[in-house]
Design a protein. Structure first.
Ligand code: ATP
Ligand code: MG
Length: 573
């Protein structure tokens, strides 16, 4: 069997696409029978914030690999830090994991489910002289730990007797000592080159109400003491985590070995980083708390709920994550790649409609007043089954301000005085006049149309260089449209001058709200999360702020703007 095939079996279809080193390990383990051929993974978020797109990578890996191998995946909340964890986050995480298409079935667990067992295991380690109660303060523990170049100094409490340790630890649990006054530490090696092995703290005293266990406990296990044992209890086979935990693996292994319990394999992979994007719950929380964005689901946020509200599809995110691969070194992925996968997906599914974001009034002088006709428009050229619809056409229309120039530059082929263009699905029109306000701004343009060009072609074979979109003014639905740019101006938002933090790189123009946009009438009663392509403008989706007859749209992503490129090139000359 080659390394990128999966063991055959009814539940194990051969994987599509290139392999990765984690899959290779699973294939090898299946061959050697390491876990009796089982694959059981887990996705272990801490409920201290909303999930971001980095988590999507972990979700796709854990759930995707297990599915490929006919295995299972648990959802496990790593809830050992009651000060930062909340039910709201638990709920949002479940919603987001499901939205991505992953299913933990009936296997949702919490590290806090294991507090009793973890406590028993701590007693076991004390009894064999592998853990002790230490009275050093957090500050002192840090000092005694030493540095990468200097060994640590043993705590003066390191050699307490088993009896004293048992007594003190039980009294810690019983609430006899103040917060932070004592810890339980693993007795490993204060001279280890790996700082994590220098008698790491296993338990701290903390009086904080836990979102699930309430005030039952006043001692809480540390991540390193809880994580591997939770994996072990759930009989996880491959415990996949990000590279920063590589140095914690010896400790993960030490706890399992010293306790003599079932031992899963920890495997580290690279964290997802994306240009112009911050992926850290702590920093995202700061953006929310300080009001830099409207909430965790603000469409500018890299959270799954933000992407969802913006109009991203789970398919696009999964396809992006699948394309970036898995490796052993951290890198950074272009935001453009994510947008590419999004456009590919929306191109297939999004119905085309006409919407004018910055309207300019057009009067067609030779079109009969009061006449309305229905023109046939294609819903999706990529999908014939999407069918056709009727769009009303009348004497007064709205077009995009950008689609008219009184004084057109070279290479500009849209409407201008004397110029003829095609109205999408409609007629050829020629601009005959311009109305201006006192300040000299164009407020209305006048045109004539050629009735023989209905549907968009001239019987005499004459051609026009441009096709523009439009809506009938009397039939248009007014809408608010929110246009988003990157939330940060720097590729690496964390790169700042001394004394500043990442908020210094916030893009002041990341949100532009347009009101009085004109939509074709088929969009009057749309509901989230419907996706559309506004022809020539981009992909847009319905925001939950919409009310009947008053839609609000988010620009999900622009189409590639060729004109902006030409203009930039011209200016650069
Ligand atoms: P953050 O720094 O944003 O708080 P975290 O790693 O502390 O992230 P957890 O809730 O502990 O967040 O993460 C759950 C799982 O998701 C972990 O296995 C973690 O390694 C993984 N994960 C988190 N961020 C990323 C990322 N950017 N790329 C890939 N996996 C990630
Ligand atoms: Mg964390």
């Amino acid at each position: 069997m080659t390394s990128n095939t999966v063991p055959p079996g009814p539940d194990a279809p051969a994987p599509a696409g290139p392999s990765n080193f984690i899959r290779d390990i699973m294939v090898e383990d299946a061959e050697t029978g390491k876990f009796q051929g089982r694959v059981h993974t887990r996705f272990p978020p801490e409920p201290n914030g909303y999930l971001h797109i980095g988590h999507a990578k972990s979700i796709c890996l854990n759930f995707g690999l297990a599915k490929e191998f006919g295995g299972k995946t648990n959802l496990r909340f790593d809830d050992t830090n009651p000060e930062k964890e909340e039910q709201e986050y638990v709920d949002s995480i479940m919603e987001d994991v499901h939205w991505l298409g992953a299913d933990w079935e009936n296997r949702c667990f919490y590290a806090s489910d294991y507090f009793g067992q973890l406590y028993e295991w701590a007693i076991q380690l004390i009894k064999v002289g592998k853990a002790y109660v230490c009275d050093l303060s957090a500050e002192e523990v840090r000092k005694y730990r030493g540095t990468l170049t200097e060994p640590g100094t043993p705590s003066p409490y390191r050699n307490r007797s088993v009896e004293e340790n048992l007594d003190l630890f039980q009294r810690m649990k019983a609430g006899e000592f103040p917060d932070g006054s004592r810890t339980l530490r693993a007795k490993i090696d204060m001279a280890s080159p790996n700082l994590n092995m220098r008698d790491p703290v296993m338990y701290r005293i903390l009086r904080a109400t836990h979102h699930r266990t309430g005030d039952d406990w006043c001692i809480y296990p540390m991540y390193d003491y809880a994580h591997g044992q939770s994996d072990s209890i759930e009989r996880i086979t491959h415990s996949i985590c990000t590279l920063e935990f590589e140095d914690h693996r010896p400790l993960y292994d030490w706890f399992c070995d010293e306790l003599g319990i079932y031992h899963p394999q920890q495997i580290e992979f690279d964290r997802l980083n994306i240009t112009y994007t911050l992926l850290s719950k702590r920093k995202l929380l700061q953006l929310v708390r300080d009001g830099h964005v409207r909430g965790w689901d603000d469409p500018r946020m890299p959270t799954l709920s933000g992407f969802r509200r913006r109009g991203y599809t789970p398919e696009a995110i999964r396809s992006f994550v699948g394309s970036i691969g898995v490796s052993k070194t951290n890198g950074i992925v272009e935001l453009g790649l994510l947008e590419h996968h999004l456009r590919e997906d929306l191109n297939k599914r999004a119905p085309r409609v006409m919407a004018v974001l910055r309207p300019l009034r057009v009067v067609i002088d030779n079109y009969p007043e009061g006449q309305v006709e229905a023109l046939e428009a294609v819903n999706n050229p990529e999908d014939e089954s999407a069918g056709k619809r009727q769009v009303p056409f009348s004497r007064e229309l709205c077009i995009e301000q950008d689609d008219f120039r009184e004084d057109p530059p070279k290479q500009y082929f849209r409407l201008s005085p004397g110029r003829e263009v095609r109205l999408r699905y409609g007629y050829f029109i020629t601009c005959t006049g311009v109305v201006k306000d006192a300040a000299g701004n164009v407020t209305e343009i006048h045109c004539t149309y050629d009735p023989a060009t209905r549907g968009g072609n001239a019987p005499d074979g004459r051609r026009v260089k441009s096709t523009i979109h439009w809506v009938s003014a009397a039939h248009a639905v007014d809408a608010e449209v929110r246009i988003y740019e990157n939330l940060f101006t720097k590729e690496n938002p964390s790169e700042v001058e001394e004394g500043q933090d990442f908020t210094a790189n916030l893009n002041p123009n990341s949100l532009e709200v347009l009101t009085g946009c004109k939509l074709e009438p088929s969009l009057a009663n749309v509901k989230p999360p419907a996706h559309f392509q506004f022809e020539r403008l981009g992909y847009f989706s319905v925001d939950p702020d919409s009310a009947p007859g008053k839609p609000v749209f988010n620009r999900t992503v622009a189409l590639r703007d060729t004109w902006a490129k030409i203009e930039k090139r011209e200016k650069g000359k």
